[in-house]
Design a protein around this ligand. Sequence first.
Ligand code: NAD
Length: 289
Amino acid sequence: MRRITIIGLGLIGGSIALSLKQAGLGDIELVGYTRSSETAIKALKRGAVDKIEDNLVSAVDKAEIVVLATPVMAMKEILEKMGPHLSHSCIVTDAASTKVKVMEWAEKYLPSGIKFIGGHPMAGKELSGIEAAEADLFKGCTYCIVQGEDTSSEEIKVITDLVKYLGANPFFITASEHDNFVAGISHLPLIISSSLVMSTTQSPYWQDMSVLAAGGYRDVTRLASQHPVMNRDICLTNQKNILKWIDEFTKELNRFRQLVIDGDQALDKAFIQAQQARHKWIEEHDKGD
Ligand code: NAD
């Protein structure tokens, strides 16, 4: 029987598994690798996979496609450990939020002949674990695909088809462009969200302030609830770009600080510009859906 293996059955790995199951895989066996017996029981109960393996080598044995869906830093060791045990025609992909480092590790640790094609679904939520997984998580989302070294059009098609099976829209991009862009639209918001939570909850008045905090505070702080290990790994593997975007944001924050001090018409203009820019993005984004 043909086999697809998913390494890491959390929010993303579990959702990929449920989504593939929902799409119908014919004679393909879906195997999940997890080190946790609790996750294994939950994944089987939800019908996310056909089989669970707690041994990495057995999990990837004879797999045609291996999908890595662990936190980013764990992927380095997994690539190194599983490399020698992959079948010669296996294609490996991942779902990590950063791409340059993962592509470098794949190049370094996978035996020559094994193809790696990077992936990143631009969908998710602040919850983690198999409990939060959903078959429809990727429906209509943009799914970044990063071509690996020496990958053929047939191999790219295998991963593109997989992405389409998930209901997502493939988007081809280089690893360095990807890491720069997501640092601005995803990793900077995470830092802003976390620092807003820290700056407010440490106030001596927080207990009373918290009673007043409602929708706006909840919206802007949502990302601070993401899994801390995932967040740490994102920062460790995209440091340069995140720092660049923090600097850009600090400049803008200081500009707004001055506008608030000045309190003249320029403040009005700044909010009008921001409102228009956001409306334009929402309009264009929704047109694409
Ligand atoms: P998660 O915490 O829900 O799941 C990660 C799973 O990996 C857990 O089951 C954990 O036990 C397992 N794991 C950790 N280390 C492991 C190891 N060494 N070997 C085997 N399993 C291991 O996290 P998630 O949200 O599913 O994120 C998975 C990946 O997807 C990350 O690389 C993340 O950057 C990326 N991603 C996340 C989102 C999101 O919104 N959460 C969106 C797009 C991409």
